[in-house]
Write a protein that binds this ligand. Structure first.
Ligand SMILES: C[S@@+](CC[C@H](N)C(=O)[O-])C[C@H]1O[C@@H](n2cnc3c(N)ncnc32)[C@H](O)[C@@H]1O
Length: 383
């Protein structure tokens, strides 16, 4: 087996289960890519990982003891992850990469179909060892490899392809009685946002027939449809027409009234302000706005603009559910953006609640990057 020796002091983070070691943290790097034993500067074995000389995150540690990265190892990890999701029903994130001890591998389960994201060269190179265990443990009839931006960033040019079985034409997901049939062309890039499931439940619980709900960045309208079935007026906004078409079909199938508007979020919010529309519940659930620390100032400016328009639309005592799925945008950034928008529009608000991702997207305390979803519930409270 190859050997990777850490620089002095770098053993601490690996001993504390942090799985990523950067190239400049290695005193001795293996000569080639492959499975490597990870050693402290003094020679103490710390674990076993995959070394990729082309990646800045050169070493990803899979196990924190000494042993092989073989099929039984992967089976154990996958079984452990599946056990922790018991009781969640057939639609959930089964593997959340390093948060489940499997760097580079993300698997969403939709009943008998798995959507598999391979995000690193290491996870791709180890495919022969995890593929059979994944099929056997899940018993899923088909698995589809879906391309991701993470893989592209690593120079891994993966295309949509079945890993086994014959994937159906549509991804079908049921959430609390709402059934979405999402065409695979759409599902391969956007999937279904399982991580907002609990927020959608919480949101629905607070909606009544008298409410006027605006769901911005709605995707297939999962927030808006929940509001519609509580009897509220609901308008779903997204720039993706294919996603809104799914929302429309879902609404019709259930006999629900749902308004739709396609367009760029900020432009649509501006139109709605111009039209003097009013709402008392607004959901803002943008895509990852900051993919690196460099993007944060621009992302915050965009959030300020979105929130300022939102505050102009919202009734006193209304609520804004603001989410961010960017690790780099912290809760404090969201709060600061909201304060700036409040200052621009003369809006006073309370932070009524803060939520994070559900447990099938585990947040491991020692791996800060695993906390990515933040949702602030802001209640407009004029004096
Ligand atoms: C995180 S998803 C929203 C998930 C959704 N709220 C749910 O619960 O399923 C982000 C959505 O924003 C849409 N989107 C991205 N940029 C946009 C923009 N500038 N204006 C409008 N929609 C946008 C994407 O098409 C995607 O559907």
């Amino acid at each position: 087996m190859l050997r990777a020796v850490l620089k002095p002091g770098k053993e601490r983070k690996v001993k504390n289960f942090y799985p990523t070691v950067f190239a400049d943290e290695l005193a001795e790097a293996p000569k080639a890519a492959g499975v490597a034993r990870v050693l402290a500067a003094g020679g103490e074995p710390l674990g076993v990982g995959y070394y990729d000389p082309t990646a800045r995150a050169a070493l990803r540690v899979y196990r924190f003891d000494d042993g092989p990265l073989d099929a039984p190892f992967f089976r154990h990890r996958i079984e452990q992850a599946a056990r922790r999701r018991a009781g969640l029903g057939p639609y959930h994130r089964l593997l959340h990469a390093e948060a489940d001890g499997l760097p580079g591998l993300v698997v969403d389960r939709f009943g008998d179909l798995l959507l598999v994201q391979v995000r690193t060269r290491g996870a791709w190179a180890l495919q022969e060892r995890w593929l059979d265990p994944l099929r056997e443990v899940t018993g899923a009839q088909s698995a589809l490899l879906v391309p991701t931006g993470h893989a592209a960033k690593e120079g891994l040019a993966l295309k949509r392809a079945p890993l086994w079985g014959a994937p159906p034409e549509q991804l079908v997901v049921e959430e609390d009685g709402l059934v979405f049939a999402i065409p695979l062309d759409l599902a391969q890039t956007k999937g279904y946002y399982l991580d907002q499931r609990e927020n959608r439940r919480r949101f629905e619980a607070g909606v009544g027939p008298e409410d006027r709900v605006l769901d911005v960045f709605a995707y297939v309208g999962a927030f808006a449809l929940r509001a519609a079935r509580r009897g509220a007026y609901a308008l779903a906004v997204d720039q993706d027409l294919a996603a809104l078409a799914v929302a429309d079909r879902t609404a019709r199938a259930l006999g629900l009234a749902l308004d739709l508007r396609q367009g760029e979020a900020l432009s649509v919010l501006t139109q709605l302000v111009d039209e003097k529309r009013r709402f008392n519940r607004v959901v803002l659930d943008p895509p990852a706005l900051a993919k690196s620390p460099r993007d944060v100032p621009r992302a915050k400016r965009y959030l300020v603009a979105l929130l300022a328009r939102t505050f102009q639309l919202i009734e006193p005592d209304g609520e804004v559910w603001l989410s961010s799925c960017s690790y780099y945008l912290k809760e404090t950034d969201l709060l600061e953006a909201a304060r700036r928008a409040g200052a621009d529009t003369g809006t006073r608000f309370a932070v009524r609640a803060v939520f994070h991702q559900p447990p099938d997207h585990p947040w491991i305390a020692q791996i800060p990057e695993t906390l990515y979803l933040k949702t602030l519930v802001l209640g407009v409270q004029p004096l």
